[in-house]
Design a protein around this ligand. Structure first.
Ligand code: CA
Length: 226
């Protein structure tokens, strides 16, 4: 199955509106009329995101969400819950179950799409454990660096440095902070070692013209300019 968004909603009119809104934004969409239906679709593949109506015949939206969170395959699946007005008090409960976001009916299609996109940005693809910025991607599972999708050789220390910078864009670190975070507190390393590895990191980024993103902060240390 291609990446898709699964919608679980028993009201045909709202399902149509969701279908229209989501497919117009370039996403594939699958529709389920009930939680039971949705589980059958999920057996065949995992979507990018699932939108669940709270009130469903049979198993309700909250129970479906609970079930998804307790299954290894779907525990990280981004969930948006659709609620009717008047269920505000129950929203708290939905967050306890691990719903990522909720949208109150009647909803504006524009707002819904904005929330879908924000949630996908926040969560990334569920199985993709990587950091990306400026055409640079760090695959944290395989410890590989990709620049413009090309595999680039990087040493373990430079990888850790780049990972720290990418996790904290624009934040300046002084040398002792970098030593603590990258080398660990128990290792004795001179502060100029940091400079050596930052130089190496810039060298790795240079062929792609990205060495300038690691900036020297005068009198302090270094930062990644986002
Ligand atoms: Ca309903």
């Amino acid at each position: 199955m291609a990446p898709y968004i699964l919608v679980v909603e028993d009201e045909p009119d709202i399902r149509d509106l969701l279908e229209f809104t989501i497919s117009r934004s370039g996403f594939d969409i699958y529709e389920a009329e009930s939680a039971e239906d949705a589980l059958k679709i999920l057996d065949r593949g995992i979507p990018e995101l699932i939108i669940i109506d709270w009130m469903l015949p049979g198993m309700d939206g909250i129970d479906l969400a609970k079930k998804l969170r307790s299954d290894d395959l779907t525990k990280d699946l981004p969930i948006i819950m659709l609620t009717a007005r008047g269920e505000e008090a129950d929203k708290l409960r939905s967050f306890e179950v691990g719903i990522d976001d909720y949208v109150t009916k009647p909803f504006s299609p524009k707002e819904l799409m904005a929330r879908i996109k924000a949630l996908l940005r926040r969560t990334g693809a569920p199985s993709d454990n990587s950091l990306s910025a400026a055409g640079i991607r760090l695959d944290l599972n395989s410890h590989r660096l990709y620049i413009n999708d090309k595999d680039v050789t990087i040493g373990p220390t430079e990888f850790k440095l780049l990972e720290l910078f990418m996790r904290n864009p624009n934040r300046a670190f002084d040398r002792s902070q970098l030593l603590d975070r990258v080398w660990g507190r128990s290792v004795y390393v001179e502060e100029r070692t940091v400079d050596v590895h930052v130089l190496r990191l810039r060298k790795i980024l240079k062929p792609s013209g990205r060495d300038h993103i690691i900036e020297t902060v005068r009198g302090l240390g270094y930062r990644l300019a986002a």
